[in-house]
Each structure stands twice: as structure tokens, then as C-alpha cells.
Ligand binder design. Structure first.
Ligand code: SAM
Length: 451
């Protein structure tokens, strides 16, 4: 692997950069595999993974070897997420800066495929997470990953960052994991080397400023802004931090890190703001950069004052939905097309604001559609972290689970009608048992193709 000479040259004076070991670790071909467990979905497989804990994330584990995640049904059930270990440092940053996670409104602005969003959903369990991705095709994988993760108070939007000033909602935490030149991922993805250039770094730097500029008005006073990239270039890292600090609106936050984590603390040149660099030759993880800020001025995003009227169920429909779910009154039930959905009542108003101004790809959890007296249940419901004990269940072994996930025919001893397919106590989806066959309701677009 030949790293771009211009990159190596540009890093000579950057703190923590050691040319020979940096080149060595890229040439070694060594790969690090890490997962982060879903605290809301415990399965015996995910909890039997063997490996070292990741010091900066209590849910993170380094795996000794890379198994086939595609062929592990508990992966499809949302029991864990495969993520670069360095990125999980986000957990430590928020744990130190927002020790009380209760009821926070959180925006993950550049969210696909969902690594940071699933981490945020686990930390801010009863908060509202708005997870945004501007590129339409990438928003679909974000929806899939967040659906599998299961938290109900999540809204996925597909908007340009500039649209948020009109959204009528402001946030306590905003994470900008910015699109960047990607040098931090060269070890994992050597093909990306061909796309790297100094011009691209400049282009990314301007885009990063534009993205931050567009979203700062939506951050509350005393709110936390986290800026991250997977680039080593100062133009996208410390210089962006200096640009951000030059507005006078932010206080930079230091993160306490034990020395033996080998994370390199740097300081931006003009404002001396603390920043954190991850070099793959010095710790087990890919290249990463992160910095955190507290906002000193109030939010100025005013919104249009428009509030969409969400389609509501009729009284009788609502009773049917509640009876089907046996959920508590604190859920707000609404309709999207013919589908009934719910979100925690306390986020009802925010959802209305967002729905009137942004393009929503998913809000809360889908319950299903009513056909006369019968509910055709949504797959999304099976992935949610709600208790589903009152539905019929059928347990499957690994072979049966894989057949189910491939949407193949199944022969199971199930009760008549709708059944949850359970793998190691986690739901995988629905089947419907008819007198002469079983219908497999696993979503066509998510089925496993690998044999
Ligand atoms: N946070 C994600 C995670 O942890 O899985 C990774 C995000 S990736 C580094 C950056 C994301 O920004 C990409 O999904 C990309 O599509 C999106 N993006 C690209 N251009 C953008 C723009 N102009 N504004 C906002 N996001 C953009």
C-alpha cells in the first residue's frame, strides 16, 4: 500500500505523527475488528463474544477474529453493531460532557450508516434522537440500522443541514461527523487512496465549514457540539476547530484521557482548543479526530412556526392499536398512510414541528395496518425494544433462523396466526401460520443473499 506522498508530507509537523510506524501499520495489513453491544438487546451469542474491552466505551469489545456477521442471526436482530473502535470514543466524550442523559434532544447531522446514531440512541435512552442523512440512498441503510437497533424515540430525516434552521426545533446535543477526505480509513479501505488529493482536502474543509455554519443556529445555549472526522489533515481538523472558535460562540471542552489509551491530545493553533487524534500505529483503531464544544449563545433557529397536523387514528382504531400492543397511555399514536405508528408522548410536539419542515424517513415505531378487525403487524415492531411477550412466539435454531432471514420456506411447530420468530430470546420478525403452510414475513429488501 502506497500512501499519498502529499499526505505524509503534510503530516510531518502534526503532533503524534510518526512516519515510519504509521507507514508500517498501513503496510502490515493488520485489521482490527470491534463491535458495540446493544444494551437493550441481550442475546447469548452477542454476550459470548471473546475479546478485550474497548477502554473508552463500556459496550465496546475488540474481537480476536472477524466472524461472518452476515451469518449470525443475532446481528440481524440488532444485538450489536460492527464499528471502528476509535469512533466509539464518542461515548467517553458525551459521558464526560453530558453526565445526565435524561430527556435530551440530540441531532446526529451526518448520520449514515448509523454508527454514531446507534451509540447516541443507547446513551440518550429516553431522549429524542434526530438522525439525519442528506444523501437519499444512504438514508435507507440508516433507517435499516436504526430500526434494527430498536429504540423508539428516533426520527430519521433526509435533509440538507441548511434546512434545520427552519425546522422549528433546537437541540441540546449536535454531532457533526463530517464528510471528509477519509485518510483515517486507508488501512481498512486502500481503494480510497486513489481518491485522496490536497485539492479534495480543501474542498472538504470548505464543506465542513458550510455544514457547521448551517447547523450552529439550531444548538441551544449550553448545548454540546461534537465535531469529528476520519481525516488526519489539519485543514479538516484543528483548523476547522479554530474557524469554529473564531465566532466567539463556543467554549472548547477538554476530555480527560488516561495516558495509556494512547490518544493524542493536540491544541488548535490560534485558540488553543483541545482536540483528540487517533493514530492506528499507536492504538487499536482507525484514524479519527474529535473535538467538543459548549455553546455560549442561545439558539437562533426560529423555524417557520408551522406545525404539521399528523394524521391521527379514529377513537375505535386507537383502541384497537392499544389493545394489540398493550402499551401504556404515554405513547402518542399517529398514522402515516395506512400504517399506525407511535412515539413517546413527550416528543409529540417536536415530531409535528419536524414533520412540517423536513423530509421524514421514519419516526418512532411502526405498529401495522388494520384490515377490518385484524392488525397486519409491521416488521419494525419486532425490532423495537418494547416488550412483546403477549404475542405468540416460536424459537428457532441457527439453521432455521438463517432460512427465515433468507425468506425461505420454513417448517416450524408454531401457533395458528401471527408468531414472532425468536432467536436466543431476540425477535427476528413475523411469520404467519396457516393450516397448510407458514408465510415468511421477513422484509424482502433486508433478506440475506449470502449462502
Ligand atoms: N456518522 C456516520 C457513522 O458513524 O456511521 C458516518 C458519517 S460519514 C463520515 C459522513 C456522512 O455525511 C455521509 O453519510 C455523507 O453522505 C454525509 N454528507 C455528505 N455530504 C454532506 C453534506 N453536504 N451535508 C451533510 N452531510 C453530508
Amino acid at each position: 500500500m502506497t500512501l499519498p506522498p502529499d499526505l505524509i508530507q503534510s503530516l510531518q509537523s502534526v503532533k503524534g505523527f510518526r512516519e515510519s510506524s504509521f507507514k508500517g501499520v498501513h503496510e502490515s495489513g493488520e485489521q482490527v475488528t470491534a463491535i458495540r453491544l446493544n444494551p437493550a438487546k441481550k442475546s447469548s451469542t452477542s454476550h459470548s463474544f471473546i475479546g478485550q474491552p474497548i477502554p473508552w466505551c463500556p459496550l465496546g469489545i475488540y474481537l480476536d477474529e472477524r466472524p461472518s456477521f452476515t451469518l449470525d442471526p443475532s446481528f440481524h436482530a440488532g444485538a450489536y453493531y460492527v464499528q471502528d473502535a476509535s469512533s466509539m470514543f464518542l461515548w467517553e466524550v458525551i459521558a464526560q460532557s453530558v453526565p445526565d442523559p435524561q430527556n435530551k434532544k440530540v441531532l446526529d447531522l451526518c448520520a449514515a450508516p448509523g454508527g454514531k446514531s446507534t451509540l447516541l440512541a443507547s446513551y440518550f435512552r429516553d431522549g429524542l434522537l434526530v438522525s439525519n442523512e442528506v444523501i437519499k440512498s444512504r438514508a435507507s441503510i440508516l433507517v435499516e440500522n436504526l430500526t434494527k437497533w430498536g429504540n423508539s424515540n428516533v426520527i430519521v430525516t433526509n435533509n440538507d443541514p441548511a434546512h434545520f434552521t427552519q425546522a422549528g426545533i433546537t437541540f441540546d446535543v449536535i454531532v457533526v461527523d463530517a464528510p471528509c477526505s477519509g485518510s483515517g480509513l486507508f488501512r481498512k479501505d486502500p481503494d480510497a487512496i486513489a481518491e485522496w488529493s490536497l485539492d479534495h482536502v480543501q474542498h472538504c474543509s470548505l464543506r465542513q465549514q458550510r455544514i457547521l455554519n448551517d447547523i450552529i443556529p439550531s444548538l441551544n445555549e449550553n448545548g454540546l457540539l461534537i465535531y469529528a472526522t476520519c481525516s488526519y489533515s489539519q485543514e479538516e481538523d484543528e483548523m476547522i476547530v479554530d474557524w469554529l472558535m473564531s465566532s466567539g460562540e463556543f467554549e472548547a471542552l477538554a476530555v480527560n484521557i488516561p495516558k495509556d489509551w494512547n490518544i493524542v491530545e493536540t491544541f488548535s493553533e490560534k485558540n488553543n482548543a483541545p482536540c483528540y487524534r487517533f493514530y492506528p500505529d499507536q492504538l487499536k483503531g482507525e484514524g479519527f479526530f474529535i473535538a467538543a464544544f459548549r455553546k455560549k449563545s442561545p439558539a437562533t433557529a426560529v423555524g417557520k412556526g408551522k406545525s404539521a397536523s399528523l394524521k391521527l387514528p379514529q377513537k375505535q382504531e386507537l383502541e384497537q392499536v392499544r389493545a394489540f400492543l398493550s402499551i401504556a397511555e404515554s405513547f402518542f399514536v399517529f398514522k402515516q398512510g395506512d400504517q399506525f405508528r407511535f412515539i413517546d408522548e413527550k416528543w409529540h410536539h417536536d415530531l409535528q414541528q419536524l414533520a412540517s419542515n423536513l423530509y421524514i424517513r421514519k419516526a418512532g415505531v411502526g405498529v401495522g395496518e388494520l384490515k377490518g378487525k385484524d392488525m397486519i403487524p409491521a416488521h419494525e415492531l419486532t425490532m423495537s425494544t418494547l416488550p412483546l411477550h403477549h404475542f405468540n412466539q416460536v424459537s428457532v435454531n441457527t439453521e432455521e433462523a438463517l432460512k427465515y432471514l433468507r425468506r425461505q420456506d420454513l417448517y416450524l411447530d408454531s401457533s395458528k396466526g401471527w408468531n414472532l420468530v425468536m432467536y436466543e430470546s431476540l425477535p427476528l420478525g413475523w411469520i404467519k401460520s396457516l393450516p397448510n403452510r407458514i408465510n415468511n414475513y421477513y422484509p424482502q429488501e433486508w433478506r440475506i443473499l449470502k449462502q
